[in-house]
Design a protein. Structure first.
Length: 546
């Protein structure tokens, strides 16, 4: 572990004892339909023991490709390395045999992947998945393994961890799934932790807890961290050094304080200026409601015993009353598991609930699914996990076109293709990308595809479940401006579910704060941001804005 005060310098300047991993002139090339795409070009940097190096840049800049090259997790042989070495303790991992890599993966080098829902096995319980890495690398099993798993789940903040051992990934919230991924990555106390957007799905209070946890473990274990993130506030507080990537190249690298105080490259300055800002679009007062409900409840039964009798309920949404006028945005905030997403899905009639729901003046809580189907065009949703909600077997054009075909929009193939191109352009994607598949895009690009799919139908109400969580700040700002513009032009209404309070503040006319299924505060967003009444709301704002 490097000594306190040791200056971290780029590749070649750090001493051999300080450097844990060294990227030297690394290039990554992908072969696609006979064409070569250079995703990363001639990059060099070092990761010292016990320090945090942040890779920042826009989606598609090559951050994750660089990190996954370290453990050779790219889709070989389609991916190749025309140049470079990656030295781990002076051993070139690009030349290492597969058995050697298997011994390092998950043991000496851990990974927190960006999308926990697709990284966790849907067929295995949480206990089995964490236990697998303990069995493989530490030969732990039985009661000893269970004790370690409970310790890890407690460490990452899973409430009542013993009750979650038998849970499956789909039974956890997005933030809880991310914490399980972190527990798996830390299970064997690695020397290096690759953290690919480790707090993307987490609310602000848990974000800070997880980052403090990683910092504490880093000091305790002498663990190095390669942090990949689009959140520059996190970088400022937790990284020792920053590498800025743009279109596959490192355009600037410097100690964190120096980079934030005196950025040298135009792109770096653009990133630092990209915080979502401004105010929501002005709206008329006394407009009728697009959606409203009174004392809405979503209770999930807890069944135990041989006969699976109901022993109690998980009150995911418990007595929520709201009214959203046409053309306005309702921001819904709260910790992971507070019921935000469940509330949105209940309002769209995607899950069962109790209590009246009215859409544009029409009672929809008593309608069967056949009667609700014609309304689906008017009520669209953008899900939290873009990769899980996009079919891996369909090209992007077919994914966006699916809703158009279901609702009979566009009388010809050419007309529908024009609408697809229009939707992709609105979210900042190249129209030619409609011929490619979801796995060929970065996390942020996939989220934009999900937004385009919803926008193509020109809905009146959109439920946006963490729609910017996977996006870098420059794209977040673009999406915020896009949503404002669409709201002005089409009189759209949004239910905006997010843990990112900066984005919520920039978009929301009203705010609803949830905790453990209940509303703790609601009202005009500006009033709550400037003068919160609930101690819980004040805690959220303090974690987000300091």
């Amino acid at each position: 572990m490097s000594k306190t005060g040791t200056r971290f310098t780029p590749s070649g300047d750090a001493t051999a004892s300080d450097t844990l991993v060294s990227f030297q002139d690394l290039s990554v090339r992908f072969e696609q339909e006979g064409k070569a795409v250079d995703a990363v070009r001639h990059i060099s940097f070092d990761i010292p023991s016990g320090k945090t190096l942040a890779l920042v840049g826009e989606s598609g800049s090559g951050k994750s490709v660089t990190a996954m090259s370290l453990l050779r997790l790219l889709p070989y042989p389609r991916a190749s390395h025309p140049s470079g070495r990656i030295l781990y303790r002076n051993e070139d991992l690009l030349q290492a045999a597969e058995p050697r890599l298997r011994g390092i993966r998950g043991d000496r080098i851990g990974v927190i992947f960006q999308e926990p829902m697709t990284s966790l096995n849907p067929l295995h319980s949480i206990e089995k998945q964490i236990g697998e890495t303990l069995l493989l690398h530490k030969s732990l099993k039985g009661a000893e393994a269970r004790r370690r798993i409970l310790e890890l789940l407690t460490l990452v903040g899973i409430p009542n961890p013993a009750s979650r051992l038998g849970s499956y990934p789909h039974e956890l919230s997005g933030g809880q799934r991310q914490r399980v991924m972190i527990a798996m990555a830390l299970a064997n106390e690695p020397e290096l932790l690759i953290a690919d957007e480790p707090t993307t799905a987490l609310d602000v209070t848990i974000q800070e807890q997880i980052l403090q946890l990683l910092s504490r473990l880093q000091k305790q274990l002498g663990m190095a961290i390669l942090l990949i993130t689009h959140d520059l506030n996190i970088v400022r507080r937790h990284a020792h050094r920053v590498c800025v990537m743009y279109r596959g190249e490192i355009v600037e690298q410097a100690p964190t304080a120096q980079l934030f105080e005196a950025p040298q490259h135009d792109y770096t300055r653009r990133l630092l200026d990209a915080e979502p800002s401004g105010e929501p679009a002005p709206v008329k007062t006394d407009l009728p409601a697009i959606v409203e409900t009174d004392d809405l409840r979503v209770w999930f039964p807890i069944r135990r015993g041989l006969l699976k009798r109901v022993q109690g309920h998980i009150k995911a949404v418990d007595g929520v009353t709201l009214r959203l006028p046409r053309g306005q945005t309702l921001g819904v905030v709260g910790e992971s598991g507070s019921g935000k997403t469940t509330l949105g899905m209940a309002l769209l009639r995607l899950i069962q609930s109790r209590g009246p729901i009215r859409f544009d003046g029409q009672a929809i809580d008593g309608l069967n699914q056949k009667a609700v189907k014609p309304l689906r065009r008017q009520m669209q949703v953008v899900f939290q996990d873009p990769y899980g909600s996009l079919s891996p077997r369909m090209p992007i054009g077919a994914i966006v076109s699916e809703g158009l075909e279901v609702h009979g929009i566009g009388s010809t193939v050419a007309e529908r293709d024009h609408l697809i191109v229009q939707a992709l352009e609105e979210v900042g994607l190249d129209p030619d990308s409609r011929h490619r598949y979801p796995h060929e895009f970065s996390g942020g690009q996939r989220q934009r595809i999900a937004i385009a799919r919803a926008l193509a139908l020109k809905p009146r109400l959109m439920v946006l479940d963490e729609p910017t969580s996977a996006l870098d700040r420059t794209v977040q700002k673009q999406i915020v401006e896009l949503l404002r513009d669409l709201q002005r032009r089409h009189d759209l209404s949004y239910i905006f579910i997010s843990h990112d309070l900066a984005v919520v503040r920039a978009l929301s006319h009203q705010l609803l704060v949830m905790k453990q299924g209940e509303v703790v505060e609601q009202g005009p967003a500006q009033s709550i941001f400037t003068n919160p009444q609930s101690s819980y709301t004040r805690e959220l704002l303090a974690a987000a804005f300091g």
